[in-house]
Design a protein around this ligand. Structure first.
Ligand code: TRP
Length: 329
C-alpha cells in the first residue's frame, strides 16, 4: 500500500478551494492508501504568530479537517511539533543542503521580496523542514499544488543525496500526487486567480449563510453578454466553475442557456450559487463547531495520531541514525 502525506500550515480557516480541491479527494484517498495528514505548525513560526492564537489556530484546522470527513480511524492526523523526530531529521538534512540551492527557490525569493525585514533562516530552510516532514514517513505520494512542486523537487534531491552519501536506500523518492480528473481548482470571487486565504476572495467553511450570500452577491461580474454566443469573461467563467462544482448539472445548464441567449440576470445566478454553496458548507460548519468544543474527541484524535506518527517516524530515524553512524556506547 502506498503512503500519502499532506501538510497544511496553521494559519487561517479552510476555504472552498481547500475543500473541493483537496479535502474531498482525501476522504476517498484514505480508503486506498496509508494517509498522514498533519498541521505544519513549525512552518507557520516563520511569520512569528502570537503564542495566544497559536493553539487555537491548530485546533481550528484540526476541527475543520475532521468535519470535512478525514477519518482518524483510517488516517493518521497529527501536529508537526508533536513529532520531534521531524526536527531531528531536519537538522541532519540541513547538512546535506547547500545554501545556493535554497536561495534559488522561488518561494524564498518571493518572501524576500514581500518581507525584506524578516528574512530569517527558517524561511531559507523551509523546504528542508518540508523534506523532513515527507521523508520521516518515507511517503510515496505528496498531493501538492503548483506552488509547492519545487519544494518536492528539493525533497527528492535530498532523498537521493542521503541514499547516495550513506550508500543505503533509506528513502524512496516521493512523487507529486495529483487527483487527475478529480482535480478541481476553485477560482476566487474577485475575478482573478484561484481562491486563497490571503487574497480575501474566498468563502470559508465556517462562514454563515448571511456572509456567504453577501460575498457571492459582491463577486465581480461584467456588464452581461451582448450578443448570443459571445465569449464569456473570466469573472463569469469563474462563477460557472464554482456553480458546476456545487450545483446539479441541470442548474448549471439552465444558467448557461440563459447566458447564451443573453437573458441571464447575474443576480439570479448568484442567488442560486450562494444557496448551493450553503447546502455543502453549512452542515460542515455545524460539525466544525461541535468538534471544536469537544475536548475529549480532539484529545483522542491527537493522541492516537501522534502515537502512530511517532512510531512511523521512529522506525525511519532508526535507519537514518544507523546510516549516519550514530552508535550507542
Ligand atoms: N509548505 C506547505 C504549504 O505551504 C505545507 C507543508 C509543510 C507540506 N510540510 C509539508 C505539504 C509536507 C506537503 C508535505 O502548503
Amino acid at each position: 500500500m502506498k503512503t500519502v502525506l499532506s501538510g497544511i500550515r496553521s494559519t487561517g480557516h479552510l476555504h472552498l478551494g481547500n475543500y473541493f480541491g483537496a479535502l474531498r479527494n482525501f476522504t476517498q484517498l484514505q480508503h486506498q492508501a496509508k494517509c498522514y495528514f498533519f498541521i505544519a505548525d513549525l512552518h507557520s513560526l516563520t511569520t512569528h504568530p502570537k503564542p495566544d492564537d497559536f493553539h487555537s489556530n491548530v485546533r481550528i484546522i484540526l476541527s475543520e479537517y475532521l468535519a470535512s470527513g478525514l477519518d482518524p480511524e483510517k488516517s493518521t492526523l497529527f501536529v508537526q511539533s508533536s513529532v520531534p523526530e521531524v526536527s531531528e531529521l531536519f537538522v541532519l538534512l540541513n547538512m546535506l543542503t547547500y545554501k545556493g540551492e535554497l536561495e534559488r527557490t522561488a518561494s524564498f525569493k518571493d518572501k524576500v521580496r514581500q518581507n525584506p525585514q524578516n528574512v530569517n533562516a527558517g524561511l531559507l530552510t523551509y523546504p528542508v523542514l518540508m523534506a523532513a516532514d515527507i521523508l520521516v514517513h518515507r511517503a510515496d505520494w505528496v498531493p501538492v499544488g503548483k506552488d509547492q512542486e519545487q519544494h518536492l523537487e528539493i525533497t527528492r534531491l535530498l532523498a537521493r543525496r542521503f541514499n547516495k552519501i550513506y550508500n543505503t536506500p533509506v528513502f524512496p523518492e516521493p512523487e507529486a500526487y495529483n487527483f487527475g480528473g478529480n482535480l478541481v481548482k476553485i477560482p476566487g470571487l474577485d475575478g482573478t486567480g484561484k481562491m486563497g486565504k490571503s487574497e480575501g476572495n474566498g468563502i470559508y467553511l465556517v462562514d454563515d449563510e448571511k456572509t456567504i450570500t453577501k460575498k457571492v452577491m459582491r463577486a465581480v461580474t461584467d456588464s452581461g453578454p451582448q450578443t448570443p454566443g459571445s465569449p464569456m469573461s473570466q469573472e463569469i467563467v469563474n462563477l460557472f466553475t464554482i456553480l458546476s462544482v456545487v450545483s446539479d448539472p441541470q442548474t448549471t445548464a439552465y444558467f448557461k442557456d440563459q447566458y447564451n441567449n443573453c437573458t441571464i440576470r447575474y443576480g439570479d445566478l448568484k442567488k442560486q450559487l450562494a444557496a448551493d454553496i450553503c447546502k455543502h458548507t453549512l452542515p460542515i460548519k455545524e460539525r466544525i463547531e461541535e468538534i471544536y468544543h469537544d475536548d475529549t474527541y480532539l484529545k483522542y484524535v491527537i493522541e492516537k495520531g501522534t502515537a502512530e506518527a511517532r512510531a512511523s517516524a521512529q522506525a525511519t530515524m532508526q535507519l537514518v541514525r544507523e546510516a549516519v553512524g550514530f552508535k550507542a556506547f
